[in-house]
Design a protein around this ligand. Structure first.
Ligand SMILES: CC(C)(COP(=O)(O)OP(=O)(O)OC[C@H]1O[C@@H](n2cnc3c(N)ncnc32)[C@H](O)[C@@H]1OP(=O)(O)O)[C@@H](O)C(=O)NCCC(=O)NCCS
Length: 178
């Protein structure tokens, strides 16, 4: 089974909508709106086409990941650029075969090449540490909502890239976070 990861193109939009919807269908802790979030983020200033990636097997789309621009704003009101990973989705019948992991690792590599130093996310505490994520609180990065500490995670794409970055994550308005 060869998994091909590539940048999403506009002809993929419908299939991405359906795969994100199906992947989250049976998930807890979600409003099942992730497919609409992707549509909104594509139209936003936070969107980076190179970080909207699909996974395909034999030309069938089986996975998707999106990293978009966010700011981490410190006490002096200085904004530090970072990325939010949301969403990541793999079709149920293709899960547990390393596709999610491959999407994450590839997205990190491209983000690094584009000059980004970090990624933050809200997600399953048992999954993302496999790829180097640690509690965001360890870096003194706070999320603008009340969720368990262990689900708020961050990764340095370069060692030390979050050393001088502390503060509150400011999401693009498309996330609907006040
Ligand atoms: C989360 C998701 C993207 C992972 O993709 P995947 O291709 O199945 O993951 P991989 O094959 O790379 O990794 C599988 C490993 O992650 C673990 N894993 C998968 N989903 C997990 C979860 N929700 N919580 C904890 N661990 C999880 C598996 O048990 C497996 O562990 P192992 O390597 O020890 O056997 C996929 O399960 C999915 O689309 N889920 C529904 C949507 C979702 O929840 N998205 C993430 C929102 S935070």
């Amino acid at each position: 089974m060869t998994i091909n990861i590539r940048q999403e193109v506009s002809a993929d939009h419908r299939a991405v909508f359906e795969l994100v919807q199906r992947a989250f269908e049976n998930s807890e802790h979600t409003d099942h709106q992730e497919q609409y979030l992707v549509e909104k983020l594509r139209q936003s200033a936070a969107f980076i086409p190179e970080l909207s990636l699909v996974a395909e097997i034999d030309h069938q789309l089986v996975g998707y990941i999106l990293l978009t621009r966010i700011d981490i704003v410190d006490d002096d009101n200085q904004a530090h650029q970072s990325l939010a990973l949301a969403p990541i989705a793999v079709l149920p019948e293709f899960q547990d075969q390393g596709i999610g992991g491959k999407l994450i690792v590839t997205a990190h590599q491209i983000a690094k090449e584009l000059g980004f130093g970090s990624v933050i996310l809200l997600g399953h505490a048992a999954y993302y540490p496999k790829f180097g994520y640690q509690a965001a609180s360890k870096y003194a990065i706070n999320m603008p909502f009340d969720v368990p500490d262990e689900n708020c995670m961050a990764i340095e794409l370069h060692p030390g890239s979050l050393t001088d970055v502390k503060g509150m994550v400011v999401y693009p308005k498309e996330f609907g976070i006040a």
